[in-house]
Write a protein that binds this ligand. Structure first.
Ligand SMILES: [Zn+2]
Length: 145
């Protein structure tokens, strides 16, 4: 029997645009504690497996910096990249992890509303794996010991 463990269903587009805007804000704040290289991890799905182990889908938003392309070769530009993963926390699970590799690189300065949808297919794949895994995995919940 499959059932969602909790109603975690954040709006991915909103999560991503907020993350991009926050990172821009940090960069312009000039705080020396903020790095141009930073990965934000967002839980985008959580499922309960057959024996109650928790399977989570997560989106990783990686902020970075590189030299520009073409005529901008001498200018640094900030970039955003998405990857996703699904992880089973079950004790003794034999295949607990599924990675959805990063795809394209986007510019931090680009319109966040246009960049964000690129994360959707990755999230969909991670969620689908997590759900399918939850339907069959018999690992026991991890009890912290
Ligand atoms: Zn498992």
């Amino acid at each position: 029997m499959f059932r969602p463990a909790t109603a975690i269903a954040p709006d991915v587009t909103e999560t991503v645009t907020k993350s991009i805007r926050d990172h821009r804000k940090y960069l312009t704040s000039g705080s020396r504690y903020i790095s141009a290289h930073h990965t934000a991890e967002e839980t985008v799905g959580r499922f309960s497996a057959v024996a109650d182990a928790v399977v989570e889908a997560e989106l990783r938003i990686t902020f970075s910096k590189r030299y520009g392309r073409g005529a901008n070769w001498d200018r640094e530009e900030h970039t955003v990249q998405f990857a996703a993963a699904a992880q089973c926390t079950g004790h003794g699970c034999t295949a607990p992890r599924h990675e959805v590799p990063a795809t394209g690189v986007f510019l931090l300065d680009a319109d966040a509303d246009e960049t964000a949808p690129a994360a959707l297919p990755l999230v969909a794949e991670a969620r689908a794996w997590a759900q399918k895994h939850a339907e069959t995995c018999r690992a026991l919940p991890y009890d912290g010991r």
